[in-house]
Write a protein that binds this ligand. Structure first.
Ligand code: SF4
Ligand code: SF4
Length: 393
């Protein structure tokens, strides 16, 4: 199939820092009418500085309320290949592990039922299939689900939970991120597939505070692995590091809480003041390791700026053991969702609701004890204000 459209603006964009957006559509256009019309359609949008995508109607597959995002062109006569251009989200495996055969299978299926264009992964964490027609949705879903795949979340529902690769490859993981993500996914199948929330809700699970999955900025609930007690120190290894790096400049002076000391012979850490930033552990991997009593900190409320501005998650449970069957965790989530369901406005994220009704009210209503770890920003600006009777008590 030869190129049908002149695309001077897209050609220019292709010369920039992120050429794959254009390059991959052009590649798909060599064998897909849809991708070919997408080139012409996108070029026209840029030329006229207006989008020709309209948000159209509800589309989906039987038995599911989410997982498919409807997209239609408002100039279908001009570009029939993209008259319908729906996005399908597939639930990604925990830790984003695929083998080559699985990826090839999915790509072949999308060549058969859609444009051939995919997005691995969308910022939601899903495996995203871009562009298909309404009548192709059921057959695509039937074939993918018969091979063990499922739709991801979309709309006002629980979105596909995602995580860092955790204990499968990373020595710093304090929790089994992949097992937790899989358990949440199985536990809340109904909440994922049948949108019934005021708005979207996302879980992201990081094995340690390095937070490779960026849960603190992107998840309504961030589950971040942490430890209690002392950082484990191997003093022999510390001495070896002292021969190859300036420990004072690179570690001691960089500790955000100033809780470390090194006198040339041994390293000391005042663990009661460590805020688990991971800097020292990440720089001295052979000498320092997280403590042995491991669990997670739960944080709530982050989101990107859609209705109001961006929010970062803040701590609601400083430490929780995240071990099967996760009863304490699920009890808390159910209470949070009930509260959100009762008080949330349409399209109001949980973080926005807490800001509107206040954090003390949230804590009281869901039965959480206030704690000094609940700060809006580290080491300043307490989010919770104690009443006089609390102080007396
Ligand atoms: Fe490892 Fe922590 Fe990153 Fe997870 S978040 S991959 S545990 S460094
Ligand atoms: Fe300091 Fe961070 Fe290391 Fe804790 S983890 S001792 S705060 S550098």
């Amino acid at each position: 199939m030869s190129k049908k459209y002149d695309t001077p603006l897209l050609d220019e964009l292709e010369k920039g820092a992120f050429p794959s957006f254009v390059k991959e559509i052009k590649r798909a256009a060599t064998h897909s009418d849809m991708a070919n019309d997408l080139l012409g359609h996108t070029e026209l949008c840029y030329k006229e500085r207006v989008t020709h995508w309209k948000h159209g109607g509800i589309v989906g597959v039987r038995g599911y309320g989410g997982g498919v995002i409807g997209r239609y062109s408002d100039i279908p006569d001009k570009f029939p290949g993209v008259a319908h251009f729906h996005t399908v989200r597939l639930n990604s495996p925990s830790g984003f592990y695929y083998n080559a055969a699985a990826l090839k299978e999915l790509c072949d299926l999308w060549d058969k039922y859609g444009s051939g264009l995919t997005n691995v992964h969308g910022s939601t964490g899903d495996l995203v299939f871009l562009g298909t027609r309404t009548e192709q949705l059921e057959p695509f879903f039937a074939e993918t689900s018969s091979r063990g795949w499922d739709l991801g979340g979309s709309g006002s529902a629980l979105r596909t939970p995602s995580c860092c690769l955790g204990k499968s490859r990373c020595e710093w993981a304090n929790i089994d991120t992949m097992a937790i993500t899989n358990d949440i996914t199985q536990h809340y199948q109904d909440e994922m597939h049948r949108p019934a929330f005021p708005y979207k809700f996302k879980f992201k699970v990081a094995g340690c505070p390095v937070d490779c999955i960026a849960s603190i900025a992107r998840a309504d609930m961030s589950i971040i692995g942490t430890w209690k007690g002392d950082i484990r120190i191997n003093q022999d290894e510390v001495l070896k590091y002292s021969k190859t790096m300036d420990i004072k400049a690179e570690i001691i002076d960089m500790c955000p809480t100033g809780c470390m000391q090194f006198d040339g012979k041994a390293m000391k850490i005042d663990n009661s003041n460590c805020n688990r930033c991971m800097h020292c552990i990440a720089k001295m991997t052979k000498a320092l390791r997280p403590g042995t009593e491991q669990g997670a900190t739960l944080l709530l409320g982050s989101k990107a700026p859609i209705v109001t501005g961006a929010l970062m998650s803040w701590v609601i449970v400083p430490f929780i053991k995240m071990e099967p069957p996760y009863e304490e965790f699920y009890d808390l989530i159910d209470k949070i969702w009930e509260w959100w369901d009762e008080h949330g406005k349409n399209r109001e994220r949980i973080g926005e609701l807490i800001e509107r009704l206040s954090f003390p009210r949230f804590l009281k209503d869901v039965g959480l004890e206030p704690s000094p770890a609940m700060v809006k920003e580290p080491r300043r600006d307490p989010f919770f204000f104690w009443a006089e009777e609390d102080i007396e008590r």
